[in-house]
Design a protein around this ligand. Structure first.
Ligand code: BDR
Ligand code: CA
Length: 309
């Protein structure tokens, strides 16, 4: 138990979030201290309901705190076109159990948890960075107690929301700027590795056959519109979990990262300075490539452990 890495998950489930979270819930290397929700794939009430549905389904006793309903200064953007109206369409989870939901908001709950535990904590951020940015600004004393912020976001190349911007960063670029410039250790799994973290039809058939959890995930996959089952479903958020649990599957570089927050076309574009044009000190570890076979084997093995039968 003591050897497990303490983490807070900040998330906007989201079908690929659900897969990533399931693997964290059943990992013997992680201790989930708290889960916080943020508006992103769908609105904050839905992302909060979705995590509560997952915790009930998996029978896991973990506290949840509801976070920001809007980005720091911009209008909310959602991705119902990808994750469905509820954010986790495709499975009937029954009534939501609100008992794990704290009365404090995400920022307060994160602050308390980080200060209360003796060891350092890792934040796994797999949605827009609004809550994390607020935490770092309101309570800068937490920085010393954060081991690392591991996030899925940004892009080395093109975007999936804007021409050059990835969804999580595009939703709240101002929050991303605060996080990138916070001085806290950062690890980033950008879009480019997510686009290679694929689940093909033969893999989803294996997942379905695994157990009750596999059946649930398969039902979500049938509603996950990330370029369709046949071309491979993109497990973006699982890449951040993979960095935590099996980093050897990635090629990783230390480099300078920032984000464009004003401009005509490229707001939300991440500046990942792999060629050191800017002569700035590295502030992040960035996964620039992934071993696809290793990812797939790890994903199937990890999902097989999500057993509640
Ligand atoms: C990211 O955007 C969301 O739709 C996914 O859950 C993931 O966190 C990929 O760009
Ligand atoms: Ca997400």
């Amino acid at each position: 138990m003591e050897n497990r890495r303490s983490i807070i998950i900040d998330t906007d489930p989201g079908i690929d979030d659900a897969v990533a979270i399931a693997m964290c819930l059943f990992s013997d290397k992680l201790k989930i201290e708290l889960i916080t929700t943020v508006a992103g794939n769908v609105d904050i009430d839905k992302t909060t309901d979705n995590i509560l549905k997952l915790l009930k389904f998996y029978k896991k006793d973990i506290k949840v705190a509801k976070g920001s309903s809007v980005p720091l200064i911009r209008k909310p953007i959602h991705a119902k076109n990808v994750h469905g109206e509820s954010g986790m369409d495709g499975y009937d989870f029954g009534e939501v159990d609100y008992s794990p939901l704290l009365s404090e908001n995400a920022v307060e709950a994160m602050y308390k948890k980080i200060m209360e535990i003796n060891n350092k904590i890792t934040i796994l951020a797999i949605g827009p960075l609004t809550n994390v940015a607020l935490l770092l600004k309101v309570y800068p004393e937490v920085k010393e107690k954060i081991e690392e912020i591991v996030l899925m976001g940004g892009s080395l190349s093109r975007g999936n929301m804007g021409v050059l911007s990835e969804f999580n960063i595009h939703c709240d670029p101002d929050a991303a700027k605060i996080v990138f410039n916070s001085g806290v250790n950062l690890a980033i799994a950008p879009l480019d590795v997510g686009l290679k973290a694929l689940v093909f039809p033969e893999d989803s058939a294996k997942i379905k056959a695994m157990n009750k959890s596999g059946e649930m995930i398969y039902s979500l996959f049938k509603h996950y519109r990330s370029f369709g089952l046949r071309n491979g479903l993109k497990m973006y958020d699982s890449c951040a979990v993979a960095y935590l649990l099996k980093p050897e599957m990635f090629e990783i570089v230390d480099t300078f990262v920032d984000v464009e927050i004003c401009g005509e076309y490229a707001v939300g574009a991440t500046i990942i300075d792999l060629k050191n044009y800017l002569k700035r000190e590295a502030n992040a570890r960035v996964c620039i490539d992934i071993n696809q076979e290793m990812f797939k084997d790890w994903l199937l093995e990890s999902l097989n452990k999500c057993n509640i039968d």
